[in-house]
Design a protein around this ligand. Structure first.
Ligand code: FAD
Length: 439
């Protein structure tokens, strides 16, 4: 009897327990549901997904099916077509992922079939790392220590790409890829093939990791792994990454693992506190401190379009618009500027990032915004406000990054600062003091 693999954020052949499970008793049928929310993604992100799925189809001789439907309908339809009693899937922990898997589970159960979970997009599944008394960790460092001690499985062997049953598709992936946003000349192509992702990762381990701890905060250097896109789409698993760094001594590998641990911490926080996707976990300033949308319309547009007159902020927002990505340090600076200099609630910034980011990941985006806003678990203290000028001087000392993205920098066409950082910083601190009195 054919068993099935429901492809989620795990479109890969290597280290894929759900696929291996489905192949245990014979060739597996595999389906990816191109659900209605995907049609709301940015063109660039949709196009990338289409390329990822195309390359998986190519690697499997066209066997995997792509169906345009809700997940419950698509999975049930293919299960019936292939007479699959058991469907294997990687478990998700975000509110939307949980809703989807519950719907699939119900649809299959009503039809006498079973959804079987194995693995997740994390080395340690959210909810697993707990204190001795079973309570959650609220602070990152002890979480990451316990996370390391908890440990993870070694990567599984790669699946056989030929051991798959042919499933019909009704999504034209080439057309979806072509519908993507027009490519900016400054945007570098993002690798969509699993083999290419693994090659790039090995190359980073060989030649990039050594300088990671010292250089990772420099947006003017290519000093980070660029794994966030393949991790978000599941072309590589964090376990695979950790197995490689675990074999390397030194600060750089430990620092890198600690960044991967942030990804796991945020997924854990969102799983335990689903309201964190919209609500501040720790409200630190009074609600009336936020600028009203109509008051902040011009400032918002200047931020969004990279015309604030603060070069590091503007370069970051232009990089985001042109490429769908932004260096982590610059993400922190632009987010802080929106929340603490322009007094716009973090949720609006997070929504903008959701529409623009290629590596969009609900837990990482919402919780990183909360970190910068000072409202999350183990967040930056609210009173620590990024100074966009000193950050630029420190992390882009030769101004190569800002020059790359702002062609009119140092000409009369470049705008003057739309706000005075010192004044807005003082206003934010006053709001914070007021908030303290209210708490
Ligand atoms: P590297 O420095 O090479 O790090 C390796 C991996 O560690 C990353 O791929 C990522 O999975 C993880 N990591 C690194 N930094 C963080 C972090 N701060 N939080 C969680 N995981 C981290 N990352 C996303 O994947 N998706 C998002 O939607 C997202 N939104 C963000 C929004 C804001 C406001 C901020 C400040 C950060 C956001 N990040 C997000 C985290 C981070 O900016 C990116 O993961 C990073 O820029 C990716 O580059 P890299 O893969 O080269 O990172």
């Amino acid at each position: 009897m054919t068993e099935m693999w429901w492809i989620r954020r795990d479109a890969r052949l290597a280290d894929n327990p759900a696929l291996l499970g489905a192949q245990e008793h014979g060739p597996a049928a595999a389906v990816f549901a191109w659900t209605p929310p995907i049609d709301q993604w940015s063109g660039r992100r949709r196009a990338h997904l289409a390329r990822v799925l195309s390359s998986l189809r190519e690697a499997t001789g066209g066997a995997v099916g792509i169906r345009r439907d809700r997940a419950d309908n698509a999975v049930l339809a293919v299960a019936r077509e292939h007479d699959s009693r058991v469907v294997w899937a990687s478990r998700e922990y975000s509110p939307a992922g949980i809703r989807a898997q519950e719907a699939v589970q119900r649809a299959l159960a009503d039809d006498g079939r079973e959804l079987r979970f194995v693995g997740s997009p994390y080395a340690v599944a959210p909810g697993r790392v707990v204190k001795n008394d079973g309570d959650e960790y609220r602070v990152f460092t002890p979480f990451s220590r316990a996370w390391r001690e908890h440990g993870w499985r070694a990567p599984a062997h790669a699946a056989d790409p030929d051991y798959l049953a042919a499933v019909d598709s009704d999504v034209d992936l080439e057309a979806e890829a072509a519908r993507g946003d027009s490519e900016d000349p400054l945007a570098e192509p993002v690798e969509a093939r699993e083999a290419g992702v693994l090659d790039a990762w090995h190359e980073f381990v060989e030649n990039g990791l050594g300088a990671y701890a010292a250089e990772r905060d420099r947006p003017d250097l290519e000093s980070t792994s660029r794994l966030s896109v393949p991790l978000a789409f599941g072309q590589i698993h964090s376990r695979t990454v950790l197995a490689a760094t675990g074999a390397i001594r030194g600060d750089a590998a430990r620092k890198f693992e600690s960044e991967v641990a942030w990804r796991e911490f945020h997924a854990d926080v969102l799983f335990r506190h689903p309201r964190a996707q919209r609500e501040s976990l720790t409200p630190v300033i009074p609600e009336d401190a936020w600028a009203r949308d109509d008051e902040s319309a011009d400032a918002w547009a200047a931020w969004r379009d990279g015309r604030t007159g603060y070069p590091l902020v503007d370069a970051g927002m232009r990089e985001l618009a042109a490429t769908g990505t932004m260096h982590n340090r610059v993400r922190m600076v632009v987010a802080s500027f929106l929340v603490k200099d322009l007094h716009v609630p973090w949720q609006r910034g997070a929504d903008h990032f959701r529409r623009a980011l290629l590596d969009y990941d609900h837990a990482q985006n919402q919780l990183n915004w909360q970190w910068v806003a000072g409202t999350g678990r183990d967040a930056a203290p609210y009173f620590r406000i990024f100074n966009p000028e000193s950050q630029a001087a420190k992390f882009d000392p030769e101004r190569r990054y800002v020059r790359r993205w702002i062609s009119e920098l140092d000409t009369p066409d470049y705008p003057s600062p739309i706000v005075d950082h010192a004044t807005e910083r003082a206003a934010s601190l006053a709001d914070f003091q007021r908030g303290k009195a209210l708490r």
